[in-house]
Design a protein around this ligand. Sequence first.
Ligand SMILES: NC(=O)c1ccc[n+]([C@@H]2O[C@H](COP(=O)([O-])OP(=O)(O)OC[C@H]3O[C@@H](n4cnc5c(N)ncnc54)[C@H](O)[C@@H]3O)[C@@H](O)[C@H]2O)c1
Length: 334
Amino acid sequence: MTVADSFAGKLAVVTGGGSGMGRELVRQLAAEGCSVAACDWHPDALADATAAARSGAPPGVLVTGHACDVSAEDQVLRFRDEVLQQHSTDHIDLVFNNAGVGGSPSFVRDSREAWERTFAVDWCGVYYCARAFLPLLIASGDGVLVNTSSVAGFWATGGPGAPNTAYSAAKFAVKGFTEALIEDLRSNAPQVRVALVMPGHVGTDILANSRRAAGAPDPEAMTRAQLEEWIPASARPGLVRAGLLAADPSADDLRRLLVRLETDFRDKARLTAAKAATIILDGVRSGAWRILVGQDATLIDAAVRASPEAAYDYPALFSDLAERAKSSQAAGEA
Ligand SMILES: NC(=O)c1ccc[n+]([C@@H]2O[C@H](COP(=O)([O-])OP(=O)(O)OC[C@H]3O[C@@H](n4cnc5c(N)ncnc54)[C@H](O)[C@@H]3O)[C@@H](O)[C@H]2O)c1
């Protein structure tokens, strides 16, 4: 399979292009001379992202924005038809299945409806877009399907007291599907290849965006019951041990914590969305099918594959990760 030196002159589809890594993929692809059709279910954020991408793009690059909820197949098909029409094309070269949300961590505690909503965005969104766009990638003669999974696609927990069932189930599905496509495409459509993106912690607004997607208000406007739903009892001991929460928190303590968790997630990550998008694009350009994003992703991947049985034995896993981090620091790795 050809490895692309550059995406200039190609046409890429990016889902979830309004924020975070998707927004940066749109911007960086356009700056490189690649036309982009981006979708998001937040038209305002998308309009802002596509305007920014257009302003940094060389002449001749077309960047279009499309309102679409990727978990609704009829909207995905309409998005595909709009792309074909607005870009006057009969093929697409690159599809970045990037849109995603967190939420409904507990299969036991959370409602079935909320659980299935998260799963539908994170799995069905990838599946419907793959169904809709694969024939157009085949028609490209040199297509690449890039599916974003997560560390949660090979390590199915958020850590002690932090289950992550809907998101992990969907991200494992994305990983399994993408790996299964390697042989399917090799056998049946060798002009297309797939890449699997597995980010660790990347500084984006995904926590706040996921809260809004679930219909929850800003923390300042939450009732005590809503706060307790968002910071469940099972997560509290860890937060108290980490010095983030008082043992007997008031509603205002919980509100402040929620704001802090969302902003720290965005602002205190080692990797920015821009850097993550560059790693993704470099990986796709290199021909890699397995793109780990961030040192945390690399270390957790190595630890879980070395000792699968210890993956959910936190003391054992964390001490293995600490050793691996020390060795990689000694070896001068980032
Ligand atoms: N940020 C991280 O640490 C991290 C880690 C691992 C994996 N990921 C994955 O990376 C991808 C991008 O995440 P991000 O951190 O940039 O998040 P983000 O919230 O900043 O951006 C995601 C974008 O997707 C859009 N979106 C969500 N659901 C949608 C839907 N149903 N239809 C259309 N658009 C939708 C959102 O509106 C948002 O603009 C996601 O798949 C996420 O699960 C993120």
